[in-house]
Design a protein around this ligand. Structure first.
Ligand SMILES: Cc1ncc(COP(=O)(O)O)c(C=O)c1O
Length: 495
């Protein structure tokens, strides 16, 4: 049985103490935290009435999937709707004194400016546009230019399916065989699903002479592993290879320095840690060296720029409405845009980015490291029950244990057969996490709106749910009661 030597306190009071000291704690009120009743309600009418009154908030640890709604989002969107309703097409050009929302023509530039600090980029290296998979295709159209001898794309074997499909289809599109051209990096050991930097490097080295592009995740969606973007990018460049990053789980989660790290390109979505709403448009980064447009040739008929799939919104803004048929891109990432973007989407993104501007990625990361570290610590000490000890936990944390190698998320691999019942038990009491079948639960406390007390409560509920699922309803309920009794005492006293 585990003991707690050297540990000051595992009680709930300690979690509350951590919340009191939390310098970002005030940001929680910027978000609408669904209540337990909200989650159960079958009607929107109930939700529209002020359902937060007197109702308990749920524990929402699913910002890795869909971030919560900022309170200011509806206010900003209402402003946008008013301008559209009252100005019609003039809304494209007309600024209003009492809102920071620019006319629709320029709203993409504001979104890129606000997004740049999240990814460590110059504003002109960022475009807020399209969706992640579409952006991936657009980037590959520009950066995957295979030849007979250099045609491979290196990616991870357990890449998010959309990335896998996008890569496979690009390879076929260029007339190559995915069996030869897709180089899949698998974990080096069956004991762990994570991939070491040295293993990635050796795979890159093995295929360097025939590789046209590398695509990797910043934070891996399944394991939560945070890859060493800077080192791997430098390694690829030493071998003269281009490298792009899928930052779906990294943006708004870990501080990034894409410009300084010399990343060639990156793509991401804004509905996870960027809290901008389901399916909202995504973003991309193109390093300034790839976004250049030779100034001497601009407007002269033979502009020199990186090849790409083009659309009018990527064209030189100063001549956009001259409606010429020669495409001259805007310099930078904006020159990769295709269509005029949804001002509605951009408004939601701007509302959320205003909250990020109230703090910094470094401050958020500091809190995130503490919050996720606390979660890990409690999960590993959870055996302090009548049933479990450290050696027979019904779950294993498959996310790296070093804070520098992970973001907010911990992925918990449950013993076979537990997932469904555990998820049901969590849902019943208003705890929101997500599952990856057959046996993984992803738990992601977000530093902008989650608290240490929620982490403490989650672990207790989760362990009780595991006990119940493991022992079956009849025996389990007794165990859960015993566990609940311990909860009152705090874990420091449980030996
Ligand atoms: C890692 C990763 N890549 C790609 C995608 C696909 O994103 P989208 O549907 O916005 O194209 C997701 C979606 O969750 C993801 O998590």
């Amino acid at each position: 049985m585990v003991t707690f030597e050297g540990v000051t306190d595992y009680g709930r009071d300690y979690a509350m103490h951590l919340d009191n000291q939390d310098r970002l704690g005030h940001l929680r009120k910027e978000f609408i935290i669904p209540t337990k009743a909200d989650l159960k309600s079958k009607t929107l009418a109930h939700l529209a009435s002020n359902s937060e009154d007197g109702d308990q908030p749920c524990i929402y640890f699913c910002g890795n999937s869909l971030g919560l709604q900022p309170r200011r989002t509806s206010e900003r969107i209402t402003s946008h709707l008013i301008s559209w309703a009252k100005k019609g097409v003039y809304g494209h050009f007309t600024p209003h004194e009492d809102t920071n929302l620019p006319p629709y023509l320029h709203v993409d530039d504001l979104a890129a400016r606000l997004m740049a600090p999240l990814v460590g980029a110059l504003p002109e290296e960022v475009a807020v546009m399209q969706t992640l998979t579409a952006n991936l295709h657009l980037m590959m159209a520009s950066f995957y230019r295979p030849t007979r001898s250099k045609f491979k794309i290196i990616l991870e074997g357990k890449a998010f399916p959309s990335d896998h499909y996008a890569v496979e289809s690009q390879i076929r599109h260029h007339g190559f065989d995915p069996k030869e051209a897709m180089i899949l990096i698998e974990p080096e050991s069956s004991e762990s699903p994570t991939i070491s930097t040295s293993h990635i490097q050796s795979m890159i080295a093995d295929h360097a002479s025939s590789t046209a592009l590398i695509l990797l995740p910043g934070v891996q969606y399944y394991t939560g592993q945070y890859l060493d973007i800077e080192r791997i990018t430098a390694y690829a460049h030493d071998l003269d290879l281009l490298i792009g990053w899928d930052l779906a789980h990294a943006v708004g989660n870990v501080p990034l320095q894409l410009d300084e790290w010399n990343v060639d390109f990156a793509v991401w979505c804004n509905y996870k840690y960027v809290n901008s709403g389901p399916g909202v448009i995504g973003g991309l980064f193109v390093h300034s060296r790839h976004g250049e447009v030779e100034s001497s040739t601009r407007r002269k008929g033979s502009a020199a720029f990186r090849p790409r799939l083009s659309g009018w919104w990527g064209g030189d803004k100063s001549i956009r409405f001259e409606m010429g048929s020669e495409f001259v891109p805007r310099p930078g990432a904006a020159g990769f845009q295709l269509s005029n973007p949804s001002a509605l989407d951009l408004t939601a993104i701007i509302a959320s980015l205003e909250i990020f501007a109230l703090t910094s990625m470094v401050a958020m990361r500091n809190k995130s490291i503490s919050l996720t570290g606390y979660l890990e610590d409690l999960l590993l000490h959870a055996p302090a029950t009548a049933t479990y000890d450290n050696d027979c936990l019904p779950y294993q944390i498959i996310t790296p244990s070093k804070s520098g190698e992970r973001g907010a998320q911990l992925s918990l691999l449950l013993k076979p057969g537990l997932l469904e019942n555990v998820m049901k038990a969590l849902e019943d009491v208003g705890v929101v996490v997500d599952e990856r079948k057959p046996n993984v639960i992803r738990v992601a406390p977000a530093p902008l709106y989650n608290t240490f007390t929620e982490v403490w409560d989650f672990v207790h509920i989760f362990v009780a749910a595991c006990l119940k699922a493991q022992m079956g309803e009849s025996n389990g309920s007794q165990e859960v009661m015993a566990f609940k009794g311990q909860k009152e005492k705090g874990w420091a006293q449980i030996k």
